[in-house]
Design a protein around this ligand. Sequence first.
Ligand SMILES: Cc1cc2nc3c(=O)[nH]c(=O)nc-3n(C[C@H](O)[C@H](O)[C@H](O)COP(=O)(O)O)c2cc1C
Length: 334
Amino acid sequence: MASALITRRCSVAPMMGCTDPHARYFLRLCSRHTLLYTEMVPAQAVWHGRGERLLAYNSEEHSVAVQFGGSDPLQLAYCARMAEVHGYDEINLNVGCPSERVQAGRFGACLMAEPGLVAELVTAMRQATALPVTVKTRIGIDQQDGYAALAEFVECVANAGCRTFIVHARKAWLKGLSPKENRTRPPLRYDRVHQLKRDFPELEIVLNGGLRTLEQAEEQLAFVDGVMLGREAYRNPYLLAKADAQLFNDPRPVPTRHELVQAYLPYIERQLAAGVRLSGMTRHLLGLFQGRPGARAWRSHLSVGVARSGAGVEVIEQALRLVPRELESGAVFA
Ligand SMILES: Cc1cc2nc3c(=O)[nH]c(=O)nc-3n(C[C@H](O)[C@H](O)[C@H](O)COP(=O)(O)O)c2cc1C
């Protein structure tokens, strides 16, 4: 069941290979308020009948947004309906991925060159669902990298009814750079995203790219409506545990890392009983103790331990004992 209120003040970015349901379940334990995004789901795969598997998630993950990649209005309208039936809180269109495979399908970042088509896709999805339809985009692509082109793109898509734009503040080179290189080069231009918010005050503008700390996130919130954290939230998920207090003013105590792991164990046990591999869940925990004494022992015990046949949650409990306990927070997991 979709929750009534979504706040995009802080969100975790869609990341293929990272933000799967197991990761999101854990990230939700870390933060009650942060909006979570799925990995990109190819519209074509849903269209061809793989929706049930690709759209499965845990009800505890709310608020959760599903991101689709595609460029066919019919397929995306179908995806939007499926997402609503599954109870997602938001539908997001990927207009930011520069990979060659995605370009070959004529979707992702290359759609920035076709604002009219993106507007058509947004219209098709909005007609199929009452859920908010949002767009995640770049500040430009290749030679189309001036502010005027970005503003034109946003205006055109906003005219189709998109109220929320998540902007990765870096342009994408569609030829010559890999998706990985396209996340560190060319340089970030936060000023372009700030300008968008000034020029389109009625739109919700969320800034993404390069944020490593909550202090940096807070600084950006003076200029935009929301921040989206990608790699740092995944590498160092404890950052999110502090986000509730720092960015959402939640007065409840921040859970300790040990408490978060303990709260994740029953989920892991249920998933193991359903035949899920242990490593598919523990891989999302590797960065939890980053920067803390015992972090290396935690990582290596988890990595080696889960590979043993028949390994269960005891591997995680053993790894936990290798890390000094922090002060108890008294947080309660309801
Ligand atoms: C491993 C990985 C996978 C990603 N997959 C997606 C994706 O599926 N959809 C998308 O819109 N962006 C994807 N991205 C880009 C992120 O959503 C985000 O825009 C980018 O990492 C910049 O934010 P950051 O600097 O906070 O990491 C991915 C990034 C990484 C590192």
